[in-house]
Design a protein around this ligand. Sequence first.
Ligand code: HAM
Length: 414
Amino acid sequence: MSTINPPRGTHDLIGDDSLKYLYVNEVFHKAAQLYNYEYIETPIFESLSVFDRTLGETSDIVSKEMYVFEDRGGDKLCLRPEGTAGVARAFLSNSLQRSLPLKLYYSGSMFRYERPQKGRYRQFHQLGIETLGIDHVLADIECLQMASHFLAQLDLQGDTELHINSLGSADCRWAYREKLVSYFENYKSELSEDSQRRLSTNPLRILDSKNESDKKIISTAPQLEASLSTESLSRFEALQSGLEKLKIPFKKNSNLVRGLDYYNHLVFEYKTNALGAQDALLSGGRYDGLIQTMGGPQTPGIGFAAGVERLMMLLKQTPKKLAPVAIAPMSDDANSMATQVAEVIRVQGVPTDFIITGNLSNRLKKATRMQARGIIIIGEDEIANNVYTYKDFATSQQKRFTTDDLRKLFSSER
Ligand code: HAM
């Protein structure tokens, strides 16, 4: 039989990876709820217009990475490449204006037709938060506080560096764009092909270039900060002083522009050195114009999304699952005692599993392979006396227990 592989850029989640995936998700859910974010789930596919009108025609995502298809009814749809535009669409579809401010969080698959490499997939998972309706620096600070709390819970803070930048208001950005275009025009022939193209489509993205000769030209390019209005600058300064007070280390990076068009004012990325070219672990920013672009009322927004696969790759160890108790009914007559005691133990929060076949030494081996903490043996003698023999693998002690004794033994786990 020939091997059947998953589509390029996708992967199955099994074994240690699935433990890591669940752990990262669990830590995120806890952190988001601690910050009082509410869970939202939006469809995995949306009308194409949700993304192509909002992320920016010239962005990489819209110009070359979206999975676009027409369904049997002729509707143009798109597998979601990111979560923010879908949340903004849900805000409008559900008339949530009256519920502002809103703090929402999500987790799920995203799809981008990118060239697969370490840390970059075509189907990947994001964990994200979005705060809608608060145009205040405190919302920006809280967003970064939540991000840093989350990374600290995963013990990843030491492996990451927070980069921040301000894109200012739309006006500031236009003024800057003009300065940048006239500067890069002087070096046009020396720029990489990609950057030459971006000069007419999205010149700010040139600042993001990883090309070495581009980098040299970029190093003496005009700085965005010089084009920021007094208001934009003081917002950015308030954010920085808020972060300093919280002792959240950061680095100002005037070349950080992000690949999506909807941002204004704060943009940020938690970067890592551990993943090669795919150095962004968690990224986001403010998007005060997005909902208006979709035909809604002007509604400020700020949020971030983290890449689950990238976080998983950085985890220092595989999370341990709770060791189960193995249960060995030695004959069919023992089955009902086995199923009953299994439930008594599960209710105490301890996983249990049956080992149904084999002689005793065989079952002991299987229990060890299962990484069980111990085994409950139910033979003829146990049935006759309505008791269970429990062998604890840590102490090698073996004793008889009534159901009540077992309940007590495992209740300390809760
Ligand atoms: P983004 O930077 O496009 O932002 O993606 C967020 C994160 O998703 C990245 O930092 C990275 O960890 C992960 N990621 C992106 N592409 C891939 C890929 N192909 N394979 C694996 N991981 C990937 C957004 O999506 C915005 N919606 C974030 C946001 C939320 N801004 C405001 N609110």
